[in-house]
Design a protein around this ligand. Sequence first.
Ligand code: NAP
Length: 323
Amino acid sequence: MKEVFKYDIAIIGSGPAGLSAAIYAARGGLKPIVFERGVFGGQITVTQEVENYPGFHKTLTGSELMEEMRKHADKFGAEICEEEVKGIGMQGLCKIVETNKKIYHAKTLIIATGAHPRKLNVPGEDKFSGKGVSYCATCDGFFYKDKIVAVVGGGDSAVEEAMFLTRFAKKVYVIHRRDELRAVQIIQDRAFANPKIEFIWNSEIQEIFGRDFVESITIFNKSENKHRDIKVDGIFAYVGILPNNELIESRVALDEQGFALVDESMHTNIPGIYAAGDIVSKKLRQVITAASDGATAAWSAEKWITINQEDENTDLKTCELPK
Ligand code: NAP
């Protein structure tokens, strides 16, 4: 029998959404616990420069920003637990979180599990993953000193990371399926002005070739109906994100892409279960919107606990912290 631990709010995920929720919850006098299974800090930790988070005008890395958020959560006594959540459940209104080590009970749950990169789904991608195919320029860019790389995508990530890769590579192709970028204008302007970047429009990678490592790609230009082979040493895919929704897909209402549907309080369709950050169905996925979601979710969870504990007919008291 696994030991049971009791908390007011269980937060799954330690990115900006999870840590903001922890700060608001702990500072509000509640007892939160944050679960993290892998790299602490979430997706933003692989971002080389964060320059649009208010108050941090001196550019800092994603890891540095998350380290500051962690210290902030520590300061208010939020508990951070490096265990992988294997499943969530409900017992009446009480939430049950089972990790690889223990069972936790909480009055409310905030899902802040984020998202992960979408794959290109082309022949050669899996074979050369880690051997020239990468989803993280910050992690792997250094290996491409004086080499030629291709970045796939036209959003903020693709264009920002293409700029970053010009620090190492002698040439960076940006291959985009349309003839205009989705990235914000200021990032586009910088990329267009960078002599190391060449844009390849209306094109998609069809296959990745090589012996032990990536050596070339075949691309198809839809508007010209032409194939072309290009010699590249590396490919960085930035074609969007997919939700990390495995824990909630069977019980929480999701949109058609699998992101959690929430109301303005970040409440899902399940009483006392909230979602925050990139896992949420929304238009803008940024550190600041994740932090905002986390704050709203924690504030709403606190109100939900207060209301439901007053109701003698609920069994929420069974989740109460030991006296
Ligand atoms: P994104 O904005 O969804 O862009 C994905 C790009 O990949 C789009 O250009 C899309 O093309 C392309 N694409 C999608 N599926 C494809 C496929 N199968 N084959 C080829 N191309 C494909 O994703 P993101 O750039 O990762 O950004 C995710 C979120 O984070 C966004 O909200 C973004 O604003 C935010 N973000 C912000 C910053 C920042 O502010 N500093 C930095 C990074 C990310 P189409 O354009 O044709 O759809």
